[in-house]
Design a protein around this ligand. Structure first.
Ligand code: ADP
Length: 407
């Protein structure tokens, strides 16, 4: 341990050694003292109990190694000094630059106290301090790297949180828009039934059977609006579907009944061709009816618009709506809703299923986007199966309750 490099006889040569010692001493002092002073100015938050306990253990380990260092024979001293790396790395890796600063203070203070009280050897101190300077710097760099990484991780986490809250907000917006779109139809139907009931009563000689039918219609449409709200809330809010076994013919019949008034008013003929013996589906009935009602209403509106268009030849067998279904391989059923309308507006090309893509003055452009979300949540697919000036066809698949047996 002759890091001093000279001997006591060569007095004038002591100057460089003295300068070296002073420089190393100053450097180490600056490295150990300056960072905590600067950090204190930034008023760091109070550490919690667990951090204090772990910090105390790290300081304890440092004191233990220093104790060993000063009480072991000189021959093993240099091997033990490397053990000081342990509390230094522990502190820097766990607590970043803060931990590095604290452990450096403890190590330096311990070293100086040890030399003053145990060794009384200034030359030896220089050799130790050179080693300690390297350890101090390495610990600081490690601490800075750990803190930098933690800040980057925190930043990333904050951005993720922001993104999630944005997603929740836009989900809330989507839910509001979807609700507005989906309950519009049953509410206007209920209004129509209620007005019919009012007119019947005003006429003075209301047929009780017709009156009851109108009121029952208003009640069932209102119930349906409630069911849609509940089902959409569960679906969009928690991504859950109330899947049960349902027969497709029943779902189709009910959906057709829901749009029957509009269809009849527009004078549209409907043909239903469902394959015989279709096994039950495993679906959320309210949601699947939403899909069917949306597709049927789009078809009816397309046919109705065409009839209203200038130069159109209204009526006749051309105004046709068909619902077809058949079994597909892979435990699926395919359903197609087709019409003999004018086909898609070319303006919609490429964005038909995107929200707010609409050609209707009062349209929201959400129907097809909602339909696709619902069908995909069931594990099926929804796509445009045909589009020509003679009509449009939308097709979707849904899973069977028992998927064995394939096609
Ligand atoms: P909305 O009905 O509110 O406009 P949709 O998402 O249900 O929203 O439909 C988007 C657009 O797709 C409609 O505005 C219409 O232009 C077009 N479309 C949908 N179905 C048909 C159809 N059967 N025939 C012609 N165009 C259709």
């Amino acid at each position: 341990m002759d890091a001093g490099g000279g001997n006591a006889a060569a007095e004038p040569l002591d100057l460089p050694a003295l300068l070296t010692r002073a420089w190393i001493g100053d450097m180490i002092g600056a490295m150990v003292v300056a960072p905590p002073l600067l950090a204190l100015r930034a008023r760091p938050p109070r550490p919690d109990r667990a951090v204090l306990v772990e910090g105390a253990l790290q300081a304890g380990l440092a004191v233990l190694v220093l104790g060993l260092l000063f009480h072991l024979p000189v021959a093993v001293e240099w091997q033990v000094i490397d053990l000081l790396v342990l509390p230094a790395i522990w502190a820097a890796a766990r607590f970043g630059v803060g931990g590095a600063m604290m452990i450096n203070v403890v190590l330096q203070a311990g070293l100086v106290i040890g030399f003053v009280t145990v060794m009384h050897d200034a030359d030896g101190l220089t050799a130790y301090q050179l080693r300690m300077l390297i350890l101090t710097l390495s610990t600081l760099f490690l601490g800075v790297a750990v803190t930098g990484r933690r800040r980057a991780e925190d930043g990333l986490r904050r951005r993720q949180d922001q993104l999630e809250s944005c997603a929740r907000l836009s989900l809330a917006g989507e839910m509001a828009a979807a609700l507005a779109h989906e309950i519009n139809q049953p509410l206007s139907a209920a209004l129509t039934y209620a007005r019919t009931a009012g007119r019947l009563l005003d006429s003075g000689a209301a047929d009780p059977a017709r009156l009851r039918a109108a009121l029952a219609g208003a009640a069932s449409q209102t119930e349906r609006a409630g069911a849609i709200v509940r089902s959409l809330r569960e679906f969009i809010g928690r991504g859950e579907l109330d899947r049960r076994r349902h027969d497709l013919p029943v779902l189709v019949r009910e959906a057709l009944a829901l749009v029957d008034a509009e269809r009849q008013r527009a004078g549209i003929r409907v043909e239903v061709a469902l394959a015989r013996g279709l096994p039950p589906l495993l679906v959320d009935a309210v949601q699947v009816q939403q899909v069917l009602v949306n597709l049927l209403r789009n078809a009816i509106e397309a046919l109705d618009d065409e009839a209203a268009a200038p130069g159109a030849t209204p009526g006749g067998g051309r105004r046709l709506l068909t619902v077809t279904a058949w079994r597909e391989p892979g435990g699926l059923v395919a359903v197609e809703v087709a019409d003999s309308g004018p086909g898609l507006d070319p303006e919609l090309a490429g964005r038909l299923f995107q929200p707010f893509a609409t050609t209707k003055a009062a349209g929201m452009g959400l129907g097809l986007a909602i339909c696709r979300t619902i069908i995909e949540a069931h594990g099926g697919r929804l796509w445009l199966a045909g589009d020509s000036p003679r009509g449009c066809a939308f097709r979707f698949t849904l899973p069977l309750a028992e998927q064995g047996g394939g096609g």
